[in-house]
Design a protein. Structure first.
Length: 295
């Protein structure tokens, strides 16, 4: 566990590789026949180490191994025997299936992730473990949002909004300010995608509100790259609003948000993002110019 914790804090993978080896060594003695629950705990921990490795590496091999480890753990970590441990491993399984689903085309893995999160929520209830419930609701929202982005229609995106709003009931600004801000940003993303698929501006207005809420805690001083990401998201929502509304006010606000994002997504550090923002700014400024000349 110490190696896995250290590995999670370091940029390389050496400690995580050592953690995987240590868990696999432990499983030679901590067998399912001898100590079934300890075996399951070690399988869960092995899954977490493999998942951390898999997120950092290209390809899907480590993530597939993590899925196998979590599924092994669930053979003994049953809902009847250890309901909260079962729910925790279901949540973990959901996160790795989601990571796989994001790397693959299609929706099968993402559907499995949604199922795993919904399973976890049967025991991770708001009454029993409010912050864990909120974290799983946020995870569920992320999986539903990715699914919704790949599917036509709005049903999954509506469900994602519902999950994020549920999470915010416990992920409050007072209790967990950065988690609250992350969930507000995620909610903004789902609302923005919905808003682009619908006519009118109500969803886009809500998206802008959610991003602005997030920026109250996602400050440049505290989390500069997250701040820049949310500024970029806010710029996108304001751009789409500005396209649909007369005048130039929203477009000008969008340019301001994009320029803020470029303060952290610089040409030197994040050239692709900097260039994408420059293109968005140029496009918005051209529309502003066109509208002003028309008046």
């Amino acid at each position: 566990n110490a190696l896995w914790t250290l590995g999670g804090r370091e940029s390389g993978t050496a400690r995580l590789e050592e953690a995987v080896q240590a868990y696999r060594a432990a499983l030679q003695e901590r067998t399912r026949e001898r100590v079934p629950l300890d075996w399951a705990t070690t399988q869960n921990n092995l899954g977490a180490a493999l998942q951390s490795l898999g997120v950092r590496e290209p390809g899907t091999a480590r993530l597939e191994e993590a899925v196998q480890a979590y599924r092994a753990a669930l053979q003994e970590r049953t809902r009847e025997r250890v309901p909260l441990d079962w729910a925790m491993t279901q949540n973990n399984l959901g996160t790795v299936l989601q990571a796989l689903g994001e790397r693959e085309s299609g929706t099968a893995r993402l559907e499995e992730a949604v199922q795993a999160y919904r399973a976890a929520l049967r025991e991770r209830t708001r009454e029993r473990v409010p912050l864990s419930w909120a974290a799983t609701q946020n995870n569920l929202g992320n999986a539903l949002q990715t699914l919704g982005g790949r599917e036509s229609g709005t049903a999954r995106l509506e469900e994602a909004v519902e999950a994020y709003r549920a999470a915010l009931q416990e992920h409050t600004r007072e209790r967990v300010p950065l988690d609250w801000a992350t969930t507000q940003n995620n909610l903004g993303n789902a609302l923005q995608t919905l808003g682009r698929r619908e006519s009118g501006t109500a969803r886009l207005e809500e998206a802008a509100q959610a991003y602005r809420a997030a920026l109250q805690e996602r400050t440049r001083e505290r989390v500069p790259l997250d701040w820049a990401a949310t500024q970029n998201n806010l710029g996108s929502a304001l751009w789409t609003l500005g396209e649909r509304e007369p005048g130039t006010a929203r477009l000008e606000e969008g340019v301001e948000a994009y320029r803020a994002a470029q303060e952290e997504f610089t040409r030197d550090r994040q050239p692709d993002r900097f260039n994408a923002l420059s293109r968005a700014i140029a496009k918005a400024e051209q529309l502003i110019k066109t509208r002003r000349s028309a008046n």
